[in-house]
Design a protein around this ligand. Structure first.
Ligand code: PLP
Length: 359
């Protein structure tokens, strides 16, 4: 049973309502990315809020949510042209959309996809991971030509401003957003005459959390905001109290001379993602007290300083050490909740129920 991931469902529901409300106020479509929670039960909170469109990061995730009644799904990872059979199958059952960023893939999919599957072209607005660079109009035209006459109607331009994760402060996040959205708007005006229904789709939690007015785009797809995490709190896209997921782990050894508590909770539970604090020390998670099936405020000065496969080392302020003993449970707030959640087989909720997760 231990360690386990505890989800604060009230916080999750608040985050969903808040983001959905912002999208409605800007009159943009809300297509939350479900790769963060990967849970049919958490998905039901979105459904209750009125969400009907989602994004996923694999074909198996699309199938999982399809089996749970979701009928408008975007595979927001660039499509692998060799997956055309599965794409055809999913498209024959639901409104399924995919993503391309090359002429090669577009041509191959155009030849093999025989069920209507709208396509977004992925644009790189400066992040530098995947996508056609926003100024490469010829490459975009090549893709559009490759899609002509196929079962792959062009739906719009999609970008992920992942460079917001390198921002130093909120002002940086806002300026990455502005700069990137301007690139997309330019593309929209260049192609809107030929494709009057084309849309702009964006979505990263840092900018979606800080921007209030999304009216320059047509669709937002944040994912991480459902849980948030220590990384988002360091970026100031949320407050530490917004974090909605924690690993509940038992203290199994007390190293009093080093002010350390050793927990059963390691890289297999949290992932090895870390952040650096102001002193340049690695932080693998923050620490809070676990009580009444929930957790309280972070313990000032306590942090997870090291992780091995099954163990974590918590560095505690000396003044706190005497409060803790072997067997006590602590809540570890993850650095990157998407990776931590991905490692869990299910969640427990603060309301006392088990939340199903994609196998
Ligand atoms: N869209 C795409 C294409 C992504 O790759 C991601 C995350 O990696 C998201 C949306 C969601 O972004 P975030 O995790 O910042 O919420």
């Amino acid at each position: 049973m231990l360690p386990f991931l505890l989800v604060d469902t009230n916080k999750c529901k608040d985050h969903i309502e808040k983001m959905h409300l912002k999208s409605k106020q800007s009159e943009v479509l809300f297509r939350p990315h479900f790769k963060t929670h990967q849970s049919a039960d958490i998905a039901s909170y979105f459904r209750k809020s009125g969400v009907t469109r989602i994004a996923v990061s694999s074909l198996s995730m699309a199938q999982y949510f399809m089996a749970n009644g979701w009928t408008d799904i975007l595979l927001s990872l660039i499509a692998n042209p060799n997956d055309y059979q599965q794409i055809n199958k999913i498209s024959s059952e639901i409104n399924f959309q995919i993503l391309v960023d090359s002429v090669y893939t577009s041509k191959k999919l155009a030849a093999y996809i025989h069920t209507q599957t709208p396509v977004y072209i992925k644009i790189d607005c400066g992040y530098g991971r995947s996508g056609v660079p926003a100024d490469q109009i010829e490459e975009i035209e090549g893709i559009l030509n490759a899609l002509q006459g196929s079962k792959l109607p062009f739906k719009g331009f999609l970008a992920h401003f992942g460079d917001t994760y390198q921002a130093k402060n909120q002002k940086d996040i806002m300026s990455i957003y502005e700069k990137s959205v301007n690139k997309l708007k330019k593309l929209k005006s260049a192609f809107i005459t030929t494709y009057p229904n084309l849309i702009l789709s964006i979505g990263d939690t840092p900018s979606c959390s800080l921007v209030d007015d999304f009216s320059d785009v047509d669709e937002i797809r944040p994912g991480n905001f459902v849980f948030y995490d220590v990384m988002q709190s360091q970026l100031q896209s949320c407050s530490p109290n917004d974090i909605a997921v924690a690993l509940i782990a038992p203290v199994i050894s007390k190293q009093a001379s080093k002010n350390q508590l050793i927990i059963h909770g390691g890289a297999v539970h949290l992932s090895k993602e870390y952040l650096l604090n102001d002193q340049g020390e690695k932080i693998y998670g923050l620490v809070a007290n676990y009580k009444n099936a929930s957790w309280g405020k972070n313990i000032d000065g306590a942090y997870l300083s090291s992780l091995s496969q099954e163990h974590g080392i918590i560095q505690m302020p000396a003044s706190e050490m005497e409060k803790y003993n072997e067997g006590d449970l602590l809540a570890i707030l993850p650095v990157h909740s998407c990776l931590t959640a991905n490692l869990a087989t299910c969640y427990l909720s603060t309301e006392g129920s088990k939340l199903e997760k994609m196998p």
